[in-house]
Design a protein around this ligand. Structure first.
Ligand code: HEC
Length: 400
């Protein structure tokens, strides 16, 4: 008996594990430093060039941290930079994108109902969105708009939502939403790689030479850090969005609006924590949660459209034929689709009983949203989705 190794599955698993670990390390250190920076207190006893200090307790001891602005007179021999977390998160993320979305581009990336294109065109659009997203963002920050924080934030927000609109026109929804996460993640990593760390290096070099560093170096790095700070929560949601196809109900026409909501909601929650760390109290700290709750409810209502389902009878034979035509090629003990060696998500859809058993998951994946069949490989029509929904509804009513 020969062994058959499901390479794509195994590589995907290992790289995803790495990606999540380094991502936690990155966002964890980022949250920690934001908190640290905002918790610094200046006391009269501290010398002028110390911006503030912070005490904390963890793991059986006390930590006493002081922040020097811009740097101490004598640079310490050992200096931790905290940059590899960001770089490894991006590299592992890009490798994962390759393993899942490029290797099986026809299933994971493309959607023949939205755009017909070759695999290489699809992959070029994917890479183009990452590079183009960063280049346009960087140009915006360097442009005249860059001097006004509010105007710049609005411009960056519009840019990301516009990319989201573009991606939902050509890719399937899962891929489009994931790519928005990847576009934002690329901007964040490139901020660290091209701006924040190089600027810090220039500052250190100037100080070593006894020169006063240019203040633009610091203000530019601070602006980019601020963007990264506000983007952390949305980016995580986009990365896990494929588990929640309910987010894709907006489809090709309104997917961009859902993307806009997610960025605003995540940004406001982040704002609450920033304000709190800074010691803001009262109205400045009370508006965020109610606004987030209202926006979330609006989003939920928006993504729960009333469907004209009617009450036609859909026969068992019809439901079974839809399942067989559109689902069984992947969701079987031995899938016929060459992209899969094992049933994806461990889900078998080979009988009416299995259809009934997984009815609610199937409703969100294939009736309310078009997340399944993956990449609509089998060309499932709107009418078939409606019929599948009707059959599920009728069979649930009958068993009540
Ligand atoms: C081209 C292959 C393919 C076809 C055809 C396909 N699926 Fe899937 N399906 C997948 C993959 C891959 C996953 C796992 C996605 C993931 O976990 O990221 C999946 C996952 C699922 C899940 C589980 C999602 C979850 O985590 O809860 C459901 C439910 C589902 N499919 C339903 C269907 C239905 C219903 C059909 C037919 C209308 C269908 N699929 C057709 C590939 C396919």
């Amino acid at each position: 008996m020969g062994i058959e190794i499901a390479w794509q599955e195994w590589l995907g698993l290992i790289v995803r594990w790495v990606h999540i670990m380094v991502g936690i390390a990155w966002i964890g250190t980022s949250f920690y430093f934001i908190w640290l920076d905002q918790s610094l207190k200046k006391t009269p006893a501290l010398p002028d060039r110390i911006k503030g200090e912070s005490w904390s307790v963890h793991g059986g001891g006390f930590y006493h941290v002081q922040k020097y602005l811009v740097a101490p007179d004598q640079l310490p021999g050992q200096l931790h930079w905290f940059k590899y977390e960001a770089y490894f998160t991006w590299v592992s993320g890009f490798v994962l994108l390759g393993i899942l979305y490029y290797w099986s581009a026809e299933s994971f990336l493309m959607d023949p109902n939205r755009a017909t294109m070759s695999i290489s065109t699809a992959i070029s659009i994917s890479i183009g969105s990452l590079v183009g997203g960063w280049v346009s963002y960087d140009l915006l920050c360097r442009s005249k708009l860059g001097s006004n924080t509010t105007v710049l934030s609005l411009a960056v927000f519009t840019l990301v939502v516009a990319i989201g609109w573009g991606l939902t026109q050509v890719f399937n929804d899962r891929a489009a939403f994931l790519h928005i996460g990847a576009v934002i993640g690329t901007i964040m990593t490139a901020n660290v790689f091209f701006i924040i760390i190089p600027n810090q290096k220039k500052v250190v070099a100037d100080l070593k030479k006894g020169k006063t560093p240019k203040s633009i170096l610091g203000s530019q790095a601070k602006q980019r850090s601020l963007h990264n700070n506000y983007l952390t929560l949305p980016v995580v949601l986009f990365m896990i969005s494929s588990h929640y196809p309910i987010l894709f109900v907006g489809g090709r026409t309104h997917g961009w609006l859902v993307i806009a909501f997610i960025i605003v909601i995540g940004g406001i929650v982040r704002h609450f924590f920033n304000a709190r760390h800074l010691g803001v109290q009262g109205a400045g700290l009370l508006w965020q949660w109610p606004v987030v709750a209202v926006l979330t409810i609006v989003l939920i209502l928006f993504l729960s459209p009333s469907r004209e389902i009617g009450d036609r009878e859909v026969t068992d034979a019809k439901a079974f034929s839809i399942l067989e035509t559109h689902c069984t090629s992947c969701h079987a003990k031995s899938p016929a689709d060459p992209a899969f060696q094992v049933a994806p998500a461990g889900l078998y859809l080979e009988s009416l009983d299995e259809l009934k058993l997984h009815a609610s998951r199937i409703l969100t994946q294939a009736v309310m949203s078009e997340a399944m069949p993956l990449g609509n490989r089998t060309g499932m029509t709107k009418i078939e989705r409606e019929e599948l929904g009707l059959w599920i509804k009728n069979s649930i009513e009958r068993s009540d």
